[in-house]
Write a protein that binds this ligand. Structure first.
Ligand SMILES: [Fe+2]
Ligand SMILES: [Fe+2]
Length: 249
C-alpha cells in the first residue's frame, strides 16, 4: 500500500491510502486531511496500523512534530485509532473534539488532555479558521461532527458520501450517486429521523469543496450535493419508519 498526497484546496492536503482488499473488487480508500496554518491541524488520525504510512506522507508536507491540533469526526479506529501515536511524535499537538466525544471517549483514550469544543466553535489556525459543527448520529456515532474551513469553503465531511473504489484526488463529477450506492452496500448510517435536516444544515454553509474520508474530494456546488444526499436519507428514513409503524400496528 502507498499513501498519496494531493492539495485539494489552498493549503488543505489529502493523504489517501487505497486498500484493495476491502469491498473487492472495487476496494476502498482511507483519507486524512492536513489543514495548514501557523497551527497545523490534522482531521482524522487514520488507523493505528496505517500510522507509518500516514506519518511518512505527512512528513512530505510538514515535519510531523509541527502538528498543533488533531481532530476527528467520531470515535472509530479509522477516525482516531492512531491518536496517541501522533501525540507521541507531535509534542505540541492537542486533541480536539466536541463535548460528547470528549466525555464518552477522548478524556480516557487520549494520552494528552483534549480541548472541548462547543457546536460552531472556531479554532483560528493562523491563516485558516476551522469551525466544529455537531452532527450527532450523522452519519453515525453519538459524538459525530464535521469541520468547515472558512477561507476555502471546504467541508471536511468525514464519512458522509462514503463510496467504494479508488478515484482521483479531486473531482467535479457526481458524488451523490456513488454515495447512495455506498450506503446500499455498507448500510453504515444511523438513519436517525434528524439526519436529513442535519445534512441540510451543512448545505447552508454552501461549501465549494467536500473532503470525503472515503472517496475523492469534490469541487463544485457542495450545497446541492448535500441537499441531494439529505433527500436520499429522508427517503431511507421514511421507509424504515413506515416499516416499523406497520410492524407495531
Ligand atoms: Fe465512521
Ligand atoms: Fe471513516
Amino acid at each position: 500500500m502507498e499513501t498519496r498526497v494531493h492539495e485539494i484546496a489552498d493549503g488543505i492536503y489529502r493523504l489517501s491510502t487505497f486498500v484493495p482488499d476491502i469491498a473487492p473488487p472495487a476496494g476502498f480508500t482511507f483519507n486524512q486531511f492536513l489543514v495548514l496554518g501557523d497551527e497545523p491541524l490534522m482531521f482524522h488520525t487514520g488507523l493505528r496500523k496505517m500510522f507509518g504510512l500516514n506519518r511518512a506522507a505527512l512528513a512530505r508536507i510538514i515535519p510531523p512534530e509541527r502538528l498543533r491540533w488533531i481532530a476527528y469526526g467520531h470515535f472509530e479506529a479509522d477516525e482516531c485509532g492512531a491518536m496517541n501515536e501522533w501525540l507521541a511524535v507531535a509534542p505540541n499537538a492537542t486533541p480536539a473534539h466536541r463535548a460528547t466525544g470528549v466525555l464518552v471517549s477522548l478524556n480516557d483514550f487520549a494520552d494528552r488532555a483534549p480541548r472541548t469544543l462547543a457546536d460552531g466553535e472556531v479554532i483560528d489556525l493562523g491563516g485558516k479558521r476551522v469551525r466544529f459543527i455537531d452532527t450527532p448520529h450523522t452519519p453515525h456515532g453519538w459524538d459525530a461532527g464535521v469541520l468547515f474551513e472558512d477561507s476555502t469553503g471546504t467541508l471536511l465531511c468525514g464519512d458522509l458520501f462514503t463510496q467504494l473504489g479508488d478515484g482521483p484526488a479531486l473531482t467535479g463529477r457526481d458524488v451523490v450517486g456513488p454515495a447512495i450506492a455506498g450506503e446500499d452496500v455498507f448500510q453504515y448510517s444511523s438513519l436517525s429521523p434528524a439526519m436529513g435536516a442535519t445534512i441540510r444544515g451543512l448545505a447552508d454553509l454552501a461549501p465549494r469543496t467536500l473532503a470525503l474520508m472515503h472517496g475523492p474530494s469534490f469541487t463544485g456546488d457542495g450545497g446541492a450535493a448535500l441537499r441531494a444526499l439529505a433527500d436520499d436519507y429522508d427517503r431511507r428514513a421514511s421507509g424504515r419508519f413506515a416499516i416499523e409503524s406497520a410492524l407495531a400496528a
